[in-house]
Design a protein around this ligand. Sequence first.
Ligand code: DMJ
Length: 653
Amino acid sequence: MHPPSRQDYVSLDFAGHGSGSYNNSKQWRRQSCWRKWKQLSRLQRSLILFILVLLFICGIASYPALTEHLRDGEQETDSNSVLKPVVPHVLPEPVKAGRPPLPEQTSQRKLSNKRGPPVLQNRLQKKGNASDTAVGDKAADSKIVGEEDGVISWRGAVIDTNQATEGTKDEENKEGSPANPKAKSSKESEGSWLEAVREAFRHAWKGYKDFAWGHDELRPLSKAYSEWFGLGLTLIDALDTMWILGLKEEFEEAKAWVASELTFNKNVDVNLFESTIRILGGLLSTYHLTGDTLFLDKAKDIGSRLMPAFNTPSKIPYSDVNIGKGTAHPPRWTSDSTVAEVTSIQLEFRELSRLTQEPEYQAAVAEVMKQVHKLDGKLDGLVPMFINTNNGQFTHQGIYTLGARADSYYEYLLKQWIQGGKKENQLLEDYLQAIEGVKKNLLQKSSPNGLTFVGELSHGQFSPKMDHLVCFLPGTLALGAHNGLPADHMDLAQQLMETCYQMYVQMETGLSPEIVHFNMHEGSTRDIDVKLADRHNLLRPETVESLFYLYRFTKDHKYQDWGYEILQNFNKYTKISSGGYTSINNVRDPDYPSPRDKMESFFLGETLKYLYLLFSDDPNLISLDQYVFNTEAHPLPIWPDTSDAHTQDAGGR
Ligand code: DMJ
């Protein structure tokens, strides 16, 4: 059979053609196109279809998230082979519209030998990043406060940076055992590492000051701000960090704002937990460090305005309070509060009672602990994530995590016990039981390298998922061991610390994602997987927080080295040249980490503070035998035996 005769071209005829007169109706156009399509030869049709398919594939392939996913597929086969040289850079200023520009490339560096199985990395991590210069906008740092001699004596609580650079003699160190000489980074680096943190703080502060002064959070790419409560959250969260870092000029400016601008008499809904840990905690610790009653007065003001949250049928507080109207309510969609939120406000309210001699603050938060202690629904001391404000019972039972919504419950059991002078046995018992519960139900090892991790349990089903938030745990375990709790807590702390470090070092940017999943099956080629939706980094503090504790108690310099690597990677991938640091969307793409345009207040309140304390060899700089840090890194005093609030507070150290 002969093929039908073919036309090898398409003639375009815009005039009315053929039988009918010109008619632009939809149906006519459809018929006309179809007729033309049918007039084409099979070859022509195939050609057109082929081109369309090709265009479609190109379109898909250029979609960044998908290509990234495809790259991951490759990584499955050999995680080391795809660890490309990392490009150090500073994130540039944004363009007005469209996608933010790609990071500026200023120099290149190979990290390949740092990234491998943990055992290997332990040997190779040392000083991998130390030679890199932090790439920054020098002009941005030109307003640096002079520190003529390196001695900062303006605070009353003297920090002698020269002396600190010399290091503290081991015999003077009550907190740590002698240093591990094998993993020792150079003492000379202490001064420059401390200065690197100050520089990072100044850079972050410049952005905040220029574009977000007095507002909650900096949006560094937009050169704008965002409001959450409208209370100058970043400024308050950062007060004690400035004090500890010795940034006098910045501190004085911020203090002036607190004195003249900060008012809590505002018709605004605030989250009880967040405003307690950041604002109340920040003001109380600044009062203790400075002795300035301005901060105590402000603390009393916000503390009393938060109290309506406890007016619930169960006395389990609501999540939200209107600090202007004195009303409180749960979120719109539920009458539940999260367990972490209602059990992680105790350090602050207890301290407020001690200082003011007004017992109602302490009574309100103690009632919550008392109820939670007795509740059904725990698993070996592990708590569910939600609690109902009407009936005071746990809800959504059967899910257990050390991550979001439960994390700081465990932290505050131990820390309240320490704050109160280790007398409140119920808190200690609950803490010890919970750690046993973690060991029994949530602890596993990954494959192939046997990283110890804390997973989650959902109705009896184990999930190898771990939030970055869980990385507070090594530090808390170490703090417990330092306070006389079982030595195996310290062993576990060290294992988990290694895991949290690996969550950074195994990413292409050297920064941890928000959530990781560990491989447990034999034959896995890598220990850590990250889902597409979990690849963001919010500049969170938990890992550097734990590094600080581990270094204080072991004096093993590898923890400082790890922290320095992390600081450098924050500088490479999150620093914005015009000022500030940004959260990023993708820790797996060093070429385009995809800035989120937000600097969380805890970057200044916690992350940089813990880095500074980690790099300091002075165990008396916020001694862990005198202070307990709240969950937002605000140090509050451990209560002396006689609890006279007004005799021993001011002075700081
Ligand atoms: C902070 O607000 C606190 O550390 C809190 O306990 C957990 N979330 C952030 C930091 O990640």
